[in-house]
Design a protein around this ligand. Structure first.
Ligand code: SF4
Ligand code: SF4
Length: 429
């Protein structure tokens, strides 16, 4: 059993900051692919006018999630832009804002009273058509995740409100400010899963969110809010299952095969918006934190260039060493600030030049073994790193690189500053 490494939260300022609506971009850069699964293709062409919420890219395959226009305006070009989901440039639809905020027809939705009588396949269709993917970072299409095979009985739904990543507080603010919506969303997920027990899992350090959750869920049947001490690593779905329910998912199996589904709160919030209000996923809450004048949480349209968010918040790009999106441990350093916000951008964390001066200097491995003892899934990160750097992916597979939860702890503890997690992730992919 790994000893979980303590990683400071660094959330004090941002967690107290209510969600602010960020203005719509002048030009939205909507990456056509932000999900794992099949590749979307544009359903519009250059010169078309689009309205808010209109579908602009989709795929026919089951494991997919469409993209929608976050603004109203004109499609001015379709070309590659840096995609932080895949750490490479991919196709994007550029939409020039006409400033009219013209809304499209809402998606098909239902009332809360209709939930019990609505077929699961219809609920899954709404979630699919809304373009909802795992907003905790995984990016897996939610309509596929929640379509559990009929012969698999789900005993427990774990609502993941742990938000383990340091600096990130977007989920915490959703739990504080959108608690009633979370209750609505949990009812939908629960219905889809055949009415399992629900445990809303959060950390005891989220002192404002905990009483709100307890009150909001107090009348829900067979539902518990569990505010407990969780390490950063236990925010991961598999680690949370182990921490809360006491059992692991064996290598090669999925958590639903063990009777558990873990669903992040931001995704549940999006499900409620889609099912009851007909809203496609065109914006998300993200945390701006790190070396910024005012750490905060923003509701931002998908496709807003990160540099627009930084400049509107008085962050001077020339003073920054790096901007990390999607979590400092599990996310990725942006290769360009022109990159747009994606469905997976749970946070935008800035690091000033003077603070990171020495961080990237790597040295040879000193065989201290810290990466091995810190890995929560008991991998040998240095051995996998050595295999990957030699191009020996077969060996990396033998070393179970595919079981990596991409938590970044090995890199965090390594005194030689080796990019262990990056290489294990490469092997896993
Ligand atoms: S990133 Fe992967 S290899 Fe590294 S500590 Fe986390 S689970 Fe282990
Ligand atoms: S933590 Fe770093 S230095 Fe220590 S054994 Fe692992 S790779 Fe080598």
């Amino acid at each position: 059993m790994a000893n979980f490494v303590h990683i400071p939260e660094v959330k004090e300022l941002a967690r107290k900051t209510p969600i602010e609506i960020f203005p719509d971009p002048k030009i939205a850069v909507v990456l056509t692919n932000q999900q794992s699964g099949a590749t979307n293709t544009p359903t519009i062409k250059i010169g078309d006018t689009v309205v808010i919420g209109e579908k602009i890219a989709d795929a026919k395959e089951r494991v997919s999630a469409p993209m929608h226009s976050p603004i109203s305006g004109t499609v001015i070009k379709i070309e590659n832009a840096y995609n932080s989901c895949f750490e490479t440039p991919t196709e994007a639809i550029y939409i020039e804002n006409d400033g009219k905020k013209t809304k499209g027809k809402p998606l098909t939705s239902i009332t809360e009273a209709e939930l019990a009588s609505t077929k699961n396949e219809d609920l899954l269709k709404i979630i699919r058509e809304a373009g909802i993917i795992g907003l905790g970072g995984a990016g897996f299409p939610t309509s596929v995740k929640l379509a559990v095979p009929a012969d698999k009985k789900i005993q427990t739904l774990l609502v993941n409100g742990a938000e383990g990543e340091p600096y990130d507080t977007a989920d915490e603010r959703i739990m504080i400010e959108r608690t009633a919506n979370l209750v609505r969303g949990v009812r939908v997920v629960r219905k889809l899963l055949g009415n399992p027990a629900v445990i809303v899992v959060t950390k005891e350090s989220k002192t404002e969110a905990v009483p709100k959750l307890q009150e909001a869920f107090s009348k829900e049947p067979n539902t518990e809010v569990r505010a407990t001490h969780l390490t950063y690593q236990q925010g991961d779905a598999a680690m949370m299952q182990k921490a809360i329910l006491g059992y692991e998912t064996p290598s090669g199996k999925r958590s639903y095969e063990m009777g558990t589904i873990v669903q992040n709160v931001a995704t549940i919030n999006a499900i409620a918006n889609a099912v009851f209000d007909g809203e496609p996923l065109i914006s998300r809450v993200t945390t701006l934190n790190g070396d910024v004048p005012k750490p905060k949480n923003l509701q931002v349209k998908i496709g807003t260039p990160i540099k627009d968010i930084l400049s509107a918040n008085n962050v001077n790009l020339s003073t920054l060493d790096s901007v990390v999106v999607g979590g400092v441990l599990m996310g990725t350093a942006l290769q360009t600030p022109n990159a747009p916000l994606t469905k997976r951008t749970s946070s935008i964390i800035c690091f000033a030049k003077n603070k990171t001066k020495n961080v990237q200097q790597t040295t040879a491995c000193i065989h201290c073994g810290r990466c091995v003892s810190a890995c929560p899934v008991r991998l040998q990160p240095i051995a996998i790193y050595n295999a990957v750097t030699k191009g020996d992916f077969a060996k990396a597979e033998k070393l179970c690189a595919q079981d990596c939860i991409v938590c970044g702890t090995c890199s965090y503890v390594c005194p030689a500053r080796l990019p262990l997690a990056y290489n294990v992730k490469m092997a896993k992919q």
